[in-house]
Structures are given as C-alpha cells and as structure tokens.
Design a protein around this ligand. Structure first.
Ligand code: ZN
Ligand code: ZN
Length: 385
C-alpha cells in the first residue's frame, strides 16, 4: 500500500476522536493565552498516540511541542487553538487544531521510512498578541525545513492574501471639568477621539483596497457631567506589505497628532502584541497542496482567481518569513457566514466543517509525503526574500 493510502487509513482510525475534540473545543472556547484546558487536551491526544510531548513549551504556558521521528528534515505543523471573546470559535481554530493533530498522527508511522521529523506545535494567541512571534523568538522554528497549517474560511484558497498589521492603542488625555457649569475649563479627550475617527473615515477614500484601519473605543469617559479627560481606543492598521503599512502608519500618526492638537489634548500611541507580517506562500508547497486537495476531491482557488478580496492577518505571516510555509484556507459552505460570526463557529461542527478538517489534515500529510518521498526538500524556499 502506498504511503498516502497508509496515512489516510491512520487518519481514519482517529477521525471520530478528532471530531469529538473539535466539538469539545467549540463548547469550551478559551481566548488568547488562556488556552489552558485546550492545550492540555491537544497535547495529551498526541502523547497518547506516541508523540514526545513538551507542555508547556518555549516558555509559554499554553504552547506545546509534540515531536515524532528521529532524523531528517523537520516539518512544523501549527495547531492554533485560541477562540475570540464573545463569539467563541468563530474563526474555526478548533478545525485548525484538529487538522494539525490529524496530519501529525497520519504522518507519524512514516517518519522512519521516509526520513523526516514532524512537530505538531501548539501555537496560542493568534487572534491577539501573536503567539507565533513569541515562539519564533524562543527558537521553535529554528532549523525547520517547512511549516504549515490550514484555516477554515468561506472559500478554499491555497495561497490567500494575508495583510501585515499593527495592533495599536491610542490614548488621548485632556482635562476634567464640570460639563455644564464650567466646560471651558476642560479639554475633551472624547472630542480628540471623534476627530481622529472622522479623519480616518475621510482618509478611507484614498485607501487602496488592501489598506484597512478599524477600531473599537474601550474608554470613552466616566460620566456625562464630567468632560472626558481620558479616552482609549484599540486600532488595527493593515496593508498588503510592510512597506505600505509604514506609509499608512505615517498618515495614522499625523491624524492622531492633529486630533490632539485641535482639541488641546495630548496623545500617546502604544502597541498591543506584535506586528504581523504579510504571508509568503511557498510556491512548491502551494502546488503540492493544490494537487493533493484535488486528489481528495476539493478544488482550491489560487488567490489571483479568488472572489474574495484581501483576507485578514495572521502571525503565520511572521513564520513564513523565517521558514518556507503555507496557510491554505479550506472552504466551508457557511451559507453566507464569515469568520468571526457566531454562525461560522456553529458551522465548524457540522459534517461540512468536519470535511474541512479531514481535507485539511490529509492534504497537509500528503504534501509532506510528496516532499519526503520525492526528495524535494531542497526546492523549498523559492519565495523567501
Ligand atoms: Zn480570526
Ligand atoms: Zn483564525
């Protein structure tokens, strides 16, 4: 029996367990860097199936590294596992994590025969902060030949556009005063925020389709009868390249300064978490994944043929700048629901969501088999700078 067939059979032996685990994650969402129970279950799943497991790993409480294979090039399969506040697993990281486990287990029995190593890396905090940046800095990807993961989405796109992003905090400080009896004594930090918000809205006319600025306000004042002396908002600024992102940041900073100046306030721009890079999809792995998905009955679009415009951002982008990587989007027929909606979360545990997990796991495993059996490791990295 050929290696791909054996990988598929091994996967099928654990497929129901993976579905159960995906459902458990759906029912028990844990947000960035709080994935304690989730990471413990994922790590235990792999330990029970013969992996050598380190948990916690790389100095992060909720990261784990599950390794198998004794020699040869190392493939790091990323298992994202964090949920979103209020909407649970609306980004489908339960599908990502279980697909990563499935690919890892499917490949485990082939590592000696084909001469490679697999690490399933539990990567926390993708939705916020950027756990993979912490993991890169701690050496989790050092020496790896390739890294991969899949992500559920409304459409199957093998090499999605992923935007670079800055996660920012903007604070304006003014002066308190009685809002009716002595407003002239105050300096209104909420006015500064509104000025800024409006200026960004006007700037949008001049955006490229891949430029994004969006925010929430997390502190708008304390009482209607006090002129707000402090406001705080959280912003994401995104662009298709790091260079374009820096151009946008110049405009962003100018807007913040202007709003502060106009309202007699002071402004401070801080960062929360790491900057995420754009994604470099490795051309060889893209081709192999596309063929393997097709062999599984799944048609994948290339980004250039995709209906969807720009996607979001991911810390897998940062990984792709240090290791040849892919991050294919696996489509689900979500009836119009998109990532970060509760309906999307609910879809991950339907048969269609389970199919996405299966196809993602097997297409990753088969891509690794092609690299190993074909001796193609040396061809990786053609897309790196
Ligand atoms: Zn997300
Ligand atoms: Zn996601």
């Amino acid at each position: 029996m050929d290696a791909k067939q054996r990988a598929r059979e091994r996967f099928e032996e654990i497929e129901q367990d993976l579905r159960d685990l995906s459902r458990w994650m759906y029912e028990h969402p844990e947000i960035a860097y709080e994935e304690r129970e989730t990471s413990a279950r994922l790590a235990a799943f792999l330990a029970d199936r013969g992996f050598e497991v380190e948990h916690p790993a790389y100095g992060l409480e909720t990261a784990f590294a599950a390794r198998t294979g004794s020699s040869g090039p190392e493939v790091v399969i990323c298992a994202e596992m964090d949920a979103l506040p209020t909407v649970g697993h609306a980004c489908g990281h339960n599908v990502i994590a279980t697909a990563a486990l499935g690919a890892g287990v499917a490949l485990a029995s082939l590592t000696e025969e084909l001469g490679f190593r697999v690490t399933v890396l539990g990567t926390p905090a993708e939705e916020k902060i950027g756990g993979k940046v912490d993991l890169i800095e701690a050496g989790a990807f050092e020496g790896a030949a390739a890294s991969m993961m899949i992500h559920p989405a409304p459409e199957s796109v093998v090499d999605p556009m992923v935007l670079a992003v800055h996660h920012l905090i903007v604070e304006f400080r003014g002066k308190d005063a009685h809002a009716a009896a002595a407003p002239w004594e105050g300096r209104n930090a909420l006015d500064a925020f509104v000025q800024m918000y409006n200026a960004v809205s006007m700037l949008r006319q001049h955006f490229k389709p891949t430029d994004k600025m969006h925010c929430i306000i997390t502190h708008g004042g304390d009482a209607p009868n006090i002129i707000p002396s402090y406001t705080r908002s959280e912003w994401y600024v995104r662009a298709d390249t790091k260079a374009r992102l820096e151009e946008l940041m110049d405009r962003f900073r100018a807007i913040v300064d202007a709003a502060a100046s106009a309202t007699g306030c002071t402004a401070e721009i801080g960062a929360e978490g790491y900057e995420y890079s754009d994604l470099i999809s490795d051309p060889l792995m893209v081709d192999l994944f596309l063929e393997n998905a097709a062999a599984l009955g799944r048609t994948m679009n290339r980004a250039e043929d995709s209906d969807e415009g720009a996607a979001g951002s991911t810390d897998m982008g940062n990984v792709s700048h240090v290791v040849p990587a892919i991050h294919p989007m696996i489509g689900m027929d979500t009836q119009g629901a998109v990532n970060h909606q509760p309906e999307f979360a609910a879809h991950t545990i339907t048969p269609d969501g389970e199919q996405a997990m299966r196809d993602g796991a097997l297409a990753m495993a088969w891509t690794v088999i092609d690299l190993a059996a074909g001796g193609r490791w040396g061809e990786l990295g053609a897309g790196q700078e």
